[in-house]
Structure formats: structure tokens, C-alpha cells
Design a protein around this ligand. Sequence first.
Ligand SMILES: Cc1cc2nc3c(=O)[nH]c(=O)nc-3n(C[C@H](O)[C@H](O)[C@H](O)COP(=O)(O)O)c2cc1C
Length: 412
Amino acid sequence: MIIPQGKTEFDPMKSKNDSLDEVYQEKKSKNFWAIFLIFLVLLLFVLLYFSISINNKTTQDLKNQLQQKDLEIENIKKQLNDLNLQKEEKSKVKKEEAVALTPADREYLYDKEFFKKHNMNTESNLNKLGYETVIHTHTLEKGMEHFELRPFAVKKTAYIIDLIKRQSKYEGFEKKFAYINGVNSLRAYKTIYEEHNWKDKNEYKTVTEFLKNYENVEQQKAGAYILTKKELENDYKIDYLKFVKSRHSTRNYKKEPLKIEDVKAAVEMAKYSASACNRQYIKLHYYPTGKMKDNVIKYALGKGGLYLDGVNTFIITFDVNGLTGAGERNQGYFNAGLYSTNLVNALHSLGIGTCFIQFANSVKEEDALKKMNDIPEYERIAVILFAGYYDEKSIFAVSPRKDVNELLIEHK
Ligand SMILES: Cc1cc2nc3c(=O)[nH]c(=O)nc-3n(C[C@H](O)[C@H](O)[C@H](O)COP(=O)(O)O)c2cc1C
């Protein structure tokens, strides 16, 4: 069969099949697109869902974080508020305290704080160690002050040895009284043990061993000694009443500076004053001329009525490093008083008139004067003393004394 060019052979069955095929293909293609579209839509939905839920989650997280921060801010605000309240409370208390504290209260408080800061039991130094050594050395010498002796001071000697060794760590220790005195009292102790034939005792061996390394220390009288009544009488039988009555507060002086030898001679006499445990913590600051003398005069409250020409000035202090325990809080003033009496008597015996000038100054003034006049921080001023040679004529206030019966209270 000839098939005309450009024409295909017509086959009804084939044609029918072909058209079915086409329809089928078309439908298939349509279905594919429909499914693809549905899939796409679904995908979009899924994507949309995820994006929304992610978004929601992030928003929720941020919300949570914000809430957290809000809570933190709230907390900080609360803390700040509490702090402010505390601050207000404190300043209220302080204000109340300040109102309640009188100037005198503040002076007392200063005394307490000063004592707490500088007494012997705070941070150790050579000065404090020295005073502590003297206390224990003095106990040891009192132990030797008996007519009949038994072996004694086992622990005490060990402690003194320890104190002396501790002093050796500081510069300049070898020249200090406490060190020399400590070594010499151990020497006296050793001698007593030898005299009593107690050489087998451990304390004797310890002290002897220790002293071997201290042979070069200056020899000094130590321990105890006996005087007869006769010997004592030779020394004390003087007309003391005449002497003490001849001392008067002297408020006019010869216009002449004191000789340093005279001042030293007076100190040599005054140093025999009694002192608690022989500690000797009273100091005499001497200002004969210059700016420091002017400072003393400036701060001297009771100088009214005094002729200041020819005056030499002193400040008597006590060293708080030498005091131990609150019970001794007033010992400084008491010991300064004892020393001062002997000092003015000593100066009087050398032809030097004196007048105490009470130190009733504020602690602020005391502090300022100490700083200006090279007085160590840990000392306290007990009294000011003016002094000068007696002039050709002196004028004295009578200052009558009370009757003995008014002063002596006899408790029977
Ligand atoms: C601690 C003390 C403080 C004194 N303060 C002053 C003073 O500031 N001014 C003064 O002129 N005399 C002062 N005096 C001297 C006394 O007035 C004097 O000792 C007292 O009247 C007894 O007199 P008499 O020292 O001549 O025996 C003071 C005496 C002492 C013991």
C-alpha cells in the first residue's frame, strides 16, 4: 500500500490507541503537575509551619530572657534599696552617736583606743620586749630577795632567756638597759645556785649554758643585797621636812639657760623614783631654746602670771609600750607623778626653781604638740614643767597646806 507522502497510514485501531495514549499521557502529565502542586503547597505549608514555630520559639526564648532580666533588675533594685536602707540606718546611728557623744566622751574614747593600740600586748617591738624583760627580771630579783632560799624560778629563767634571745633580733639591742639587766640578773641567779651548791639542777645548767654566749655583756649589779639598819640610817637621816618645805612653785627665773650638766644631774637623782615593776617608762623631753620651746609655751595652758624670761621647758611623758593590760590604763599618769615630784626636788637641790604647768589640753592639741616636738607617737604627755635658776629674789605664793588630820584618814 502506497502511503501518500506527508500522510500517515490511517489505522483506526492505532489511531484510537494513540488518542487514548495521548489522553492518558495528558492526564498523567496533569496529575503529575497536580501532585507536584499539592506537594509544593504542602511543602510551603510545612516550611511556613516550621518557620512560624521557630519564630514562636525564638520569640518565647526572648520573652523568657527578658523576663529573666526583668527579675534580675528587680533583684538588683531590691538589693540597692536594702543597701540604701542600711546606709541610712548606719548614718542615723552615727548621727545619734555623734549627738550622744560629748567632747569629753570623745577624749575618753581616744584614751581607750590609744591604750589599745600602743600597750605592750600589741604587735611586738624591741621597746615592748624590753619592758616585758624588765618585768620578768624584776620578778626574778624579787625571788632572790629572801634571807632563806630554795631552788626557784625554773620557768621564769627560761622565759627571760627567751626574751633576751628575742631582743637580739633587733638592731641596737645590746645597748639597751633591759637586755643588760636581764643578762646580769641571770648571772646573779647562777651565782646564788653555785653558793647553794645547786649545780646539778637543770635550771642552773640551762642558765650556765646560755650565759656562755653572753660573756661580753657589760657587768652590772643585780640580784639582791642586805644592808644593816646602821648603814641605812647613815643615808636616810636628813632633814627632809626642811628640804621639802623649801621647794615652792617658782614663777620667776634668772635669765640664764640651764647647764646641761645640771639637767643631767637632776635626772640622775629623779631616776631613783619608784616605778611599777622597775619599768622606768617615764621620759623627760627637754626644750631649752628655739621653736620647740616656743611650742611648749604656746600649748602651756596655765602659764598666766609666770615670768617667762629665762624659762627652760620640759615635757614629762610616759611610754604606753611599757603598760600591760587594761588594769594599768592609769599607771602612766601615776608613775609620771612620782617621777615628777622627785625631778622637781632634784632640780631644787641644784638651785633650779620649777613650776608644773598642768596638761589639761585636748587630745588634738596633745597630738599636735607631740608631732611638732619630736615626741614618739606611743608616748602620752603627763605634764609640762617650766624651770630656771633661782634669781636673786623669788616671789612665791604661800599655797597653805591642809592639816594632817584632814589628809590622813585613819581606818581603825
Ligand atoms: C600637776 C600640777 C599642775 C600644775 N599646774 C600649774 C599651772 O598650770 N600653773 C601654775 O602656775 N601652777 C601650776 N601648778 C603648781 C601648783 O599651783 C602648786 O604646786 C601648788 O599651788 C602648791 O604650791 P607649791 O608648789 O609652791 O608648794 C601645778 C602643780 C601640779 C602638781
